[in-house]
Design a protein around this ligand. Structure first.
Ligand code: ADP
Ligand code: MG
Ligand code: MG
Length: 885
C-alpha cells in the first residue's frame, strides 16, 4: 500500500486515493483537489489515515518503507520550491498539519516554520533580506513546537513574551525588532531545555518525525476522544498528516494571512465574508492576539471599523482571492470555508472545506444555489441536516419585550439563550447535569472547552472575531454565541465578569441574542417560530419528494395548531389520559376509579363524558378533514390516585366515602410492576364502561364537528397494549356498538377506523392474526423498545449512558430506534399485517417518529406515515424526503 501522496508538486500521481477523504483526510484531499484544478497551493505531501491506524496499532513505530516514501515526497517539494530541507544557506521550511476525515477539534495544532534551527535561521534571514521576519518565524516555531509536540506549557512562553514586551514598553507584537526576537528565541530555547532536561531539537529531520508522531498520537488524546464520542465519530478512522512547504504572511506589509467564507455562514447571504491580518502568520487571525480586519470594504463600513479592509489595502491580492472564491464554489457547488496566505502580493491557498453554517444560512444557501443553477432541488434537500432545523424551531426573543442590554458583541451564532453564567467548561457540565441552563462566559474558547460549550445553552466571549474558535464551534453545534464582547472583563479565578459598573457573578442569569450580539441581564420573553421564507420553500420541495405522510403527537388544540402550521397531516397519537389529569376533572376520574361497582363508575363517567366530548371537538376542529388517531385510556389506574392526606380528605368530601375506605381501595390498586400491569386494553376488558364513554365522546364530537364545519374528521380509534387478536376483537365490537348507537341517536354517520398499537413483541409476532381485526397498526416504539429490550425507559438513565459509551447500543435506543433488534419486530409486524390485509394503514408514533435515522428505517419498511411531536414535524418532513430520495 502507498502511504504517502504528494500534491502541488511536479510528480503528482493520479491515484484516486490521493483525493479520497477517507485516505488523505479532509484537509489533504482538498489540498490535492485544489492543486489539481490549478489553484495556487504550496506543494506538500500527505501521510494517510491508514498509516495512522497502523502506527497506533503497531506500537508507535515508523518503518523503513514509510521513511523512504517520506524522503521521496520531501524531495519532490524541494525540487518544486528549489530549496533544501535543512539547508543552512536557503532552507525549505514546512508546516505539519493534522487532518482527519472530518474536521475535528482535539487533534494536534499545526506546527509552522519547521526546519528552522540556529543555522538555518541565518540562511533564511540572508535569503529574505529580512532579519526580523526570520527571527519572528523561528520564535514562532520554538513556541509552537514546544507546546504541541513537546507538550510544554505554552503559558511559559507567553509569559516570557509578555515580560519582554513590558520591559521594552511595547503594546503590540508588531513592535518587536529583529534583535528583540533574537533575544526571545534564546530565552525560549532555555525555557524548553530547562523543562525538557535536554536541548530543543536542532535537527530538522528529528523535528519532522517528532511532529508526525505527535499528530498521530493526538488521535488518541482525551480531547479527541471526547469530541468523537459527542459526534459519533469512530475511533477507527485515524488522522492524516499533511507536510507542506511554508508560505509566509509575515514578510512585511505586502503579506497577510486570513480566513474566509464564500458566503456569510451566519445569514447565508451571498457576500464574501472573512477576516485577515497584515504581516501575520497562521492562526494569528483566530487567536485574538490582534484584532482582525475585514475582508471587504462593505463589511468594514457596516461595522464602522477604521482599519482598512483587504479589498482596500491589497486590492490586487483581493482580486486573486475573489476569483478563487468563484472557482471553488463552481467546483464544489457549495459554500467553502477557506484559509489563505498572501506572501509579498501573491495569494496561496492553504485550506478549503464545506463551511459550517447555521440552519438559517444552510436553508438560504440551498434555496439560492438552486436558483443560481449550482445544485438541483434534490441536492438542496439532501444538504440540510434535519436535526439542524431544530435551531429554527425554537422560540426567539420577543422583539417587543424589554431588554436590559449590558453590552453588544459580535452576532457570532444566531438564536436566543438564557441561563446562569458560569466561567469554565467543567462547571458548565456539572451544572447542566443537575438540571440548570447555563451560559458559558470565557475570554476566548479553545478546544479544551468543547464539552462545556456542548453543555451550555449559549456562549459569550470577550475576545475573538466572527471566525474565532467560539464562533465556529458554536455555529456547528447550533448554540447561540456572542463573541468579542470587548466591554466585558472577566476575572476567571474570582468567577466575576464586569461590564462597566455591573458585576456578573457565577449563577447570575444572562440572556444572549446571537442574531444581534446583544448581552442582557436576566431572562427575556420569547416568541414562537414560524415557517416562512427559504424554510417554507425547502419544505415544499421536500414534500414533493416524500412518500410517507407526517402526522403529529398532540392532545391539546394549542399543540394541534402549532403542528398544523408546521405541516402536520393529521394526528398520529392523541393520548387521552392527559385529558384525565386536568385539575378540574381529576376528582371525577378518582371517583370512577375508586367506585365499588359498575353503577358508581357509570355515575362518575357520566360527569366526564361532556368534558371528553368538548376536548375531542376542539381537536377535531383544529384537524378538520384530517385523520386523528385517538388512543383510548392507557396508563394504570393507580397513576390517577390521590396522594397525601389533603387529597384523600377532599375526595372523601366529594364521594361521601370515609378516608380510611378510600385509602384501602387505593392500596388494593397498588401494583408491583405497573408498566406490565393493569393498563392499556386490559382496562377496557375489565372496565368496558371507560372505553364506552370515550368512544361515545369521540363519535358525538366528530359528528358535531362534521355538521358544524362540513369537514368531517376521520377518527382512528386505537386500542393500546394489545397482545392477542381476541382482545382487539372484544374491544372493536364494543366501539362498533357505541358507534351504531351514536349514529342512530344523531341520525348521521361518519367514517372511522378501529386499529391497534403494536407495542408488545407478541403483538408484532401475531400481527397477521391481529390484522384480521385491525384497520391500522401504529408501532408504539417507546413501549416496544421497553418490552423488547426488557429495559424500563424511566429507569434506563442510570445505565444507558455507560452502555452507549461502551458501544453496547450505538445510540440511546429510546431516541433512535434499535433497528437491528426492535426494527426486526417492526418489519415483521408490518409484513405480517400487510399479508392479511394489504391495505392496512401503518404508522409509527414513538419518539422515534421524529428521529431522522429511524424515519429512514420507516421508509425502508414501507410505513405509511410517521408521527412526531409538533416542533419536530418539519424535521420529520425533511427526513422523510431524504429517505425517499
Ligand atoms: P487547523 O486545522 O486548526 O485549521 P491548519 O493546519 O489549517 O490548522 O493550520 C492553521 C493555519 O496555519 C492555517 O490556516 C494557515 O494560516 C497556517 N498554515 C498551515 N500550513 C501553512 C503553510 N504551509 N504555509 C503558511 N501557513 C500555513
Ligand atoms: Mg486550528
Ligand atoms: Mg485550517
Amino acid at each position: 500500500t502507498q502511504y504517502v501522496y504528494t500534491f502541488g508538486g511536479t510528480a503528482v500521481s493520479d491515484d484516486p486515493r490521493a483525493k479520497d477523504k477517507t485516505i488523505t483526510g479532509g484537509k489533504g484531499a482538498n489540498l490535492a483537489e485544489m492543486a489539481s484544478i490549478g489553484l495556487p497551493v504550496p506543494p506538500g505531501f500527505t501521510i494517510t489515515t491508514e498509516m495512522c491506524v497502523k502506527y497506533l496499532a503497531e506500537g508507535a513505530n515508523f518503518d523503513d518503507s514509510l521513511r523512504a516514501e517520506v524522503a521521496t515526497a520531501l524531495n519532490d517539494i524541494e525540487r518544486t520550491v528549489g530549496k533544501k530541507f535543512g539547508d543552512p544557506a536557503d532552507p525549505l521550511l514546512v508546516s505539519v498539519r493534522s487532518g482527519a476525515r472530518v474536521s475535528m477539534p482535539g487533534m494536534m495544532d499545526t506546527v509552522l516554520n519547521l526546519g528552522l534551527n540556529d543555522d538555518t535561521v541565518v540562511g533564511l534571514a540572508a535569503v529574505s533580506g529580512d532579519e526580523r521576519f526570520a527571527w519572528d518565524s523561528y520564535r514562532r516555531f520554538v513556541q509552537m513546537y514546544s507546546d504541541v509536540v513537546l507538550g510544554l506549557d505554552h503559558g511559559l512562553f507567553e509569559e516570557a513574551l509578555e515580560i519582554a514586551k513590558e520591559d521594552k514598553g511595547y503594546y503590540n507584537d508588531i513592535e518587536l525588532t529583529a534583535d528583540d526576537w533574537k533575544a526571545l528565541v534564546a530565552e525560549f530555547k532555555e525555557v524548553a531545555e530547562r523543562e525538557l532536561g535536554r536541548p530543543f531539537p536542532q535537527d530538522p529531520a528529528e523535528q519532522l518525525w517528532g511532529a508526525i508522531a505527535a499528530v498521530f498520537g493526538s488521535w488518541d488524546s482525551e480531547r479527541a476522544k471526547v469530541y468523537r464520542r459527542l459526534n459519533d465519530i469512530p475511533g477507527s478512522w485515524g488522522t492524516a498528516v499533511n507536510v507542506q512547504a511554508m508560505v509566509f504572511g509575515n514578510m512585511g506589509d505586502t503579506s497577510a494571512t486570513g480566513v474566509a467564507f464564500t458566503r456569510d455562514p451566519a445569514t447565508g447571504e451571498r457576500v464574501y465574508y472573512g477576516e485577515y491580518l497584515i504581516n501575520a502568520q497562521g492562526e494569528d487571525v483566530v487567536a485574538g492576539i490582534r484584532t482582525p480586519q475585514y475582508l471587504t470594504k462593505a463589511a468594514r463600513e457596516v461595522a464602522g471599523a477604521t482599519a482598512p479592509s483587504m479589498e482596500e489595502a491589497m486590492p490586487d491580492a483581493y482580486g486573486q482571492l475573489a476569483k478563487v472564491f468563484d472557482l471553488l464554489e463552481k467546483h464544489y457547488r457549495d459554500m467553502q470555508d477557506i484559509e489563505f496566505t498572501v506572501q509579498q502580493g501573491t495569494l496561496w491557498m492553504l485550506q478549503t472545506r464545506s463551511g459550517k453554517r447555521t440552519a438559517k444560512a444552510a436553508l438560504k444557501m440551498a434555496v439560492e444555489m438552486v436558483a443560481e443553477g449550482l445544485i438541483d432541488e434534490a441536492t438542496a434537500i439532501r444538504r440540510i441536516d434535519p436535526m439542524a432545523l431544530d435551531q429554527l424551531l425554537h422560540p426567539t426573543l420577543d422583539p417587543t419585550a424589554e431588554r436590559h442590554v449590558l453590552t453588544v458583541g459580535l452576532p457570532a451564532s444566531p438564536g436566543a439563550a438564557s441561563g446562569k453564567a458560569v466561567f469554565d467548561a467543567d462547571t458548565a457540565e456539572v451544572w447542566v447535569e443537575r438540571g440548570e441552563d447555563v451560559i458559558l462566559v470565557r475570554v476566548e474558547t479553545s478546544p479544551e472547552d468543547i464539552h462545556g460549550m456542548h453543555a451550555a445553552k449559549g456562549i459569550l466571549t470577550a475576545r475573538g472575531g466572527m471566525t474565532s474558535h467560539a464562533a465556529v464551534v458554536a455555529r456547528g453545534m447550533g448554540r447561540p454565541c456572542v463573541s468579542g464582547a470587548s466591554a466585558l472583563s472577566i476575572d476567571r479565578k474570582a468567577k466575576i465578569a464586569r461590564i462597566g459598573s455591573t458585576e456578573i457573578r457565577e449563577g447570575d442569569v444572562l440572556t444572549l441574542d446571537g442574531s444581534t450580539g446583544e448581552v442582557m441581564l436576566g431572562s427575556v420573553p420569547t416568541i414562537e417560530p414560524e415557517l416562512v421564507g427559504d424554510f417554507a420553500t425547502l419544505m415544499v420541495w421536500a414534500d414533493g419528494q416524500r412518500r410517507m405522510k407526517v402526522r403529529t403527537n398532540a392532545e391539546t388544540p394549542a399543540d394541534c395548531k402549532i403542528a398544523r402550521q408546521f405541516g402536520a397531516e393529521g394526528i398520529g397519537l392523541c393520548r387521552t389520559e392527559h385529558m384525565f389529569f386536568d385539575a378540574s376533572r381529576i376528582s371525577s376520574v378518582r371517583q370512577m376509579i375508586l367506585a365499588e361497582d359498575k353503577q358508581g363508575r357509570e355515575m362518575a363517567l357520566a360527569k366526564l363524558l361532556p368534558e371528553q366530548r368538548s376536548d375531542f371537538k376542539a381537536i377535531f376542529t383544529e384537524m378538520a378533514g384530517l385523520p386523528v388517531t385517538i388512543r383510548l385510556l392507557d396508563p394504570p389506574l393507580h397513576e390517577f390516585l390521590p396522594h397525601g392526606d389533603t387529597e384523600f380528605e377532599e375526595l372523601a368530601e366529594i364521594t361521601g366515602y370515609g378516608v380510611d375506605h378510600l385509602k384501602r381501595r387505593a392500596d388494593e390498586l397498588h401494583e408491583f410492576n405497573p408498566m406490565l400491569g393493569h393498563r392499556g386494553c386490559r382496562l377496557g376488558i375489565t372496565f368496558p364502561e371507560i372505553y364506552e364513554m370515550q368512544a361515545q365522546a369521540i363519535f358525538e364530537a366528530a359528528i358535531e364537528v362534521a355538521v358544524e364545519s362540513g369537514d368531517a374528521p376521520v377518527p382512528e380509534i386505537m386500542i393500546p397494549l394489545v397482545a392477542t387478536k381476541r382482545e382487539l376483537e372484544i374491544l372493536k365490537a364494543l366501539v362498533d356498538k357505541i358507534a351504531g348507537e351514536v349514529f342512530a341517536a344523531k341520525g348521521s354517520t361518519i367514517e372511522y377506523l378501529v386499529g391497534t398499537m403494536i407495542e408488545l413483541p407478541r403483538a408484532a409476532l401475531m400481527a397477521g392474526e391481529i390484522a384480521e381485526e385491525a384497520a391500522f397498526f401504529s408501532f408504539g416504539t417507546n413501549d416496544l423498545t421497553q418490552t423488547t429490550l426488557g429495559v424500563s425507559r424511566d429507569d434506563a438513565a442510570r445505565f444507558l449512558n455507560p452502555y452507549v459509551e461502551k458501544g453496547i447500543y450505538p445510540r440511546d435506543p429510546f431516541v433512535s430506534l434499535d433497528i437491528e433488534g426492535v426494527g426486526q419486530l417492526v418489519e415483521l409486524g408490518a409484513d405480517r399485517g400487510r399479508a392479511t390485509r394489504p391495505d392496512i394503514k401503518l404508522g409509527i408514533c414513538g419518539e422515534h417518529g421524529g428521529d431522522p435515522a429511524s424515519i429512514a428505517f420507516c421508509e425502508k419498511v414501507g410505513l405509511d406515515y410517521v408521527s412526531a411531536s409538533p416542533y419536530r414535524v418539519p424535521i420529520a418532513r425533511l427526513a422523510a424526503a431524504q429517505a425517499a430520495l
